[in-house]
Design a protein around this ligand. Structure first.
Ligand SMILES: *[C@@H]1O[C@H](CO)[C@@H](O)[C@H](O)[C@H]1NC(C)=O
Ligand SMILES: *[C@@H]1O[C@H](CO)[C@@H](O)[C@H](O)[C@H]1NC(C)=O
Ligand SMILES: *[C@@H]1O[C@H](CO)[C@@H](O)[C@H](O)[C@H]1NC(C)=O
Length: 320
């Protein structure tokens, strides 16, 4: 009895110390950055609500980093440029990130996020990378967008010549479209993903690998009913085998055959063998994540060490 009374006191003591330390040093709670997907913007209700909710649930400050004007540029600005802008904004504009931060990527935003991790010169360290429906191994067709004039134009451009300089310069998704039957065209013409994945034999850069493999955790979330990403397994680095449209190789099997993993071009194998990659498969359509899955797969990585310790101390006394 006596001991069960003294523990909450101890707990309150910890909270006070913790709060004081956090207020004084502001290093307790690592902030996070959200990169939104295509046809979206930071000011959109969905992105705003998502960022706020994560902040509410974790106590960590969240920032949605906008690139260009949002919707338009998410469609038409090549990802190498988007990455450069994100890097400048993250590094130079948000001083709160200077001690390090976490990234939450939504769909195409994962390309920007990973670009920042690998390419950003002198950027603050990225600790945890939480990827929701990221086209990490490429996509084989344009994200579905309906029958508006924009989509008709986009579809026309893609079919015309996805790896031409013109399309590469004017259409964001072309930065990560990987036609399984045109790997040669992809490696030569695609300006972003082959660089990001260190796929070009004579252009592999160990700095990208070093930076990527220094992540503390990489959480890859695939949506089981994802109809936007083709194939959805790209969220886990799974893809079609080179030269064929046949069955998609799920992440683990794809690894056996892909040199990106076996030769560890970007450090995915290093991270995986250190137990730092979480391959998650959740039920739902593209980016339709349930509150309970947010709690299970996102929140724990946005809390920092101190608050996790605190949660452990607090847990046995729940319900008393
Ligand atoms: C966050 O918490 C505040 C205050 O507790 C509340 O008013 C707000 O609705 C919450 N926002 C979300 C997105 O949960
Ligand atoms: C690799 O990337 C780093 C960082 O961007 C750059 O400084 C370096 O010159 C690159 N190395 C090669 C061989 O391209
Ligand atoms: C995802 O999980 C569901 C339910 O557990 C399972 O039926 C399905 O095969 C899994 N999909 C993949 C690609 O692993």
């Amino acid at each position: 009895m006596a001991s069960s009374k003294s523990v909450p006191k101890l707990f309150i003591f910890f909270i006070i110390i913790f709060t004081l330390t956090c207020t004084l040093t502001t290093t307790c709670s690592l902030p996070f950055v959200v990169f939104h997907g295509i046809a979206d913007k930071c000011s959109a209700t969905g992105v705003k609500r998502f960022t706020k909710l994560l902040t509410n649930w974790t106590g960590s400050q969240g920032y949605c980093v906008e690139i260009g004007d949002g919707v338009w540029d998410s469609w038409f600005m090549p990802l190498l440029e988007q990455t450069t802008i994100a890097c400048e904004k993250v590094v130079k504009k948000i001083s709160e990130l200077s001690e390090g931060y976490n990234i939450v990527g939504l769909s195409q935003g994962n390309m920007v996020g990973r670009g920042v991790v690998e390419f950003c010169e002198g950027g603050p360290p990225v600790k945890n990378f939480i990827s929701l429906a990221g086209p990490h191994a490429g996509i084989a067709s344009v994200p579905f967008c309906g029958s508006g004039w924009l989509c008709i134009l986009v579809d026309y451009l893609i079919k015309l010549a996805v790896y031409s300089t013109y399309v590469q310069k004017h259409l964001a998704p072309a930065s990560y479209i990987k036609i399984p039957t045109d790997i040669k065209g992809y490696l030569e013409g695609c300006r972003f993903l082959p660089k990001l994945n260190n796929e070009r034999v004579n252009h592999r850069n160990s700095t990208y690998k070093e930076r990527f493999s220094s992540l503390q955790n990489l959480v890859l979330i695939m949506f089981e009913q994802d109809a936007v990403l083709v194939p959805k397994e790209t969220s886990l680095f799974g893809y079609y085998p080179d030269g064929s449209w046949s069955t998609v190789l799920p992440a683990q099997e794809y690894f056996v055959q892909t040199k990106l993993y076996t030769e560890d071009w970007i450090g995915l194998k290093t991270l995986d063998e250190a137990g730092k990659v979480k391959f998650i498969n959740v039920s739902g359509g593209h980016l339709h994540i349930s509150p309970s899955d947010i709690e299970k797969y996102i929140v724990p990585y946005l809390l920092d060490e101190a608050s996790i310790q605190l949660a452990k101390i607090a847990k046995p006394y729940h319900g008393e």
